[in-house]
Design a protein around this ligand. Structure first.
Ligand code: AMP
Ligand code: GLY
Length: 426
């Protein structure tokens, strides 16, 4: 079949790399893609939210299946757009409907969903300018730290962990009265701070059944030892030594199964990946957040550890026959290290030539590209996160060490990466 993959990050390069390994994949298109995805298929110069152009590109290229990488087109309703158009309704879109994407697109929606379906999560209150005074009282009486979340998508910046009530009240005021996060912050979720160890669990669901994918942890802070500003993700590792069978069983029974059943009960169309951001508090899992897609850079460790044919998995998702699939996992450990442009996540340059991509890739390593652009025969930086190296090893530290070594073979001016990915798993 012909496939269109939407997105342009390291996640999409990893997906593209995996899709092309399938004998079921005839032509692969990526919109808009990057220099790395261009090595796997044909990049199309179409923006991720231009549904009309995406649809016509699918029709003219006889695309059978669309895999949506990032959340924005999902939250904006790409699934429904394709379904409701005569020319595209035969095309399978892997990703939830607009209504179901609210699990990521609205924190208040996600909290109400969890409450309705008895899924463990932090206790919360939900406020707008209309019940501002009640919000102030709620915050004043709240234990510390207290967490404030802009309801909508805020490019990963909408979550504030406040150590005292004054700070929380001031942020609350900024969000509701001074549009700190624009429309995304017109509603605010105020919630309890969860302690424990964070991890990410992924499933692929066909709306009835699901398959569990390898778990992962990402490293969000820009600096060594988890310091400095939050980023899209500076690295990831999989599997996690503290994730025991007993813990996974609890995650399935208390979180995944009620979520999939809840989607069905609420008649929310969902054929795609669900990303559960979890907290493990002394062996008890709680949901921090849902994402309606795979993570980046988590995909760069999760996908390489899956032995199954990805196109077969997506086709089974479309047919609602995931119950017939067994996920086969590579038992080795994987560690991904991300190279970013100097200054990221703040201001940074783009258009810098990248050297070393022509070097031989070490056995047991993979080089994925993120913010890159092909111009003639050269590849230039084109974003904050630029390159991702994933390596396998018998331990996380061995895998991370090899990724660090492989990363040294690559260079662009201002390049920076964390050298301590996986540091807590010796
Ligand atoms: P999110 O944008 O929902 O992924 O939140 C960003 C990060 O904030 C999460 O990855 C957690 O590290 C942290 N966080 C969010 N909510 C909570 C919470 N209730 N308790 C503790 N940490 C949280
Ligand atoms: N790495 C976190 C995310 O993809 O949201």
């Amino acid at each position: 079949m012909n496939i269109l993959l939407i997105g342009s990050g390291g996640r999409e390069h990893a997906f593209a790399w995996k899709l092309t390994q399938s004998t079921l994949c005839n032509k692969l298109f990526i919109a808009p893609g990057n220099a790395g995805t261009g090595l796997c298929g044909s990049n199309l110069p179409v923006a991720i939210n231009d549904f009309e152009l995406l649809a016509s590109a699918c029709v003219s290229n006889e695309v059978d299946l669309v895999l949506v990488g990032p959340e924005e087109p999902l939250v904006k309703g790409i699934y429904d757009y394709f379904k409701n158009n005569a020319a595209t309704k035969h095309i399978t879109v892997i990703g939830p409907s607009k209504a179901a994407s609210q699990l990521e697109g609205s924190k208040a929606f996600a909290k109400a969903f969890m409450q309705r379906h008895n899924i463990p999560t932090a206790a919360y209150g939900e406020f707008t300018a209309d019940n501002y005074a009640a919000g102030v009282e709620y915050i004043k009486g709240h234990s510390l730290p207290v967490v404030l979340k802009a309801d909508g998508l805020a490019a990963g910046k909408g979550v504030l962990i406040c150590q005292n009530s004054l700070e929380a009240l001031s942020e609350f005021e900024l969000m509701l009265h001074r549009s700190k996060f624009g429309d995304a912050g017109k509603k605010v979720v105020v919630e309890e701070f969860l302690k424990g160890i964070e991890l990410s669990v992924f499933v692929l669901t066909d709306g009835k059944n699901y398959v569990l994918l390898p778990e992962a942890k990402d490293y969000k802070r820009v600096g060594e030892g988890d310091t400095g500003l939050n980023t899209g993700g500076m690295g990831a590792v999989s599997p996690l030594p503290f994730v025991t069978d007993e813990f996974l069983q609890k995650v399935k029974e208390k979180i995944i199964e009620p979520t999939v059943a809840g989607l069905q009960k609420d008649q929310l169309d969902y054929k795609g990946f669900i990303f559960f951001g979890l907290m493990n508090d002394d062996g008890e899992p709680k949901v921090i957040e849902y994402n309606c897609r795979m993570g980046d850079p988590e995909t760069e460790v999760v996908i390489p550890r899956i032995k199954n044919d990805l196109v077969e998995l997506l086709a089974a998702t479309a047919r609602q026959t995931l119950n017939e699939i067994t996920i086969e996992t590579d038992n080795r450990c994987a560690a991904a290290v991300v190279a970013v442009s100097g200054g990221y996540p703040g201001e940074h340059k783009t258009g810098i030539p990248i050297q070393g991509l022509e070097n031989e890739v070490l056995e047991n390593s993979l080089v994925f590209q993120a913010g890159t652009k092909q111009q003639g025969r050269e590849v230039f930086t084109n974003g904050g996160r630029v390159l991702v190296v994933t390596s396998f090893g018998d331990s996380i530290s061995e895998a991370a060490e090899q990724s660090n070594y492989m990363m040294e073979q690559l260079y662009f001016e201002g390049m920076y990466c964390r050298s301590d990915i996986g540091y807590e798993f010796p």
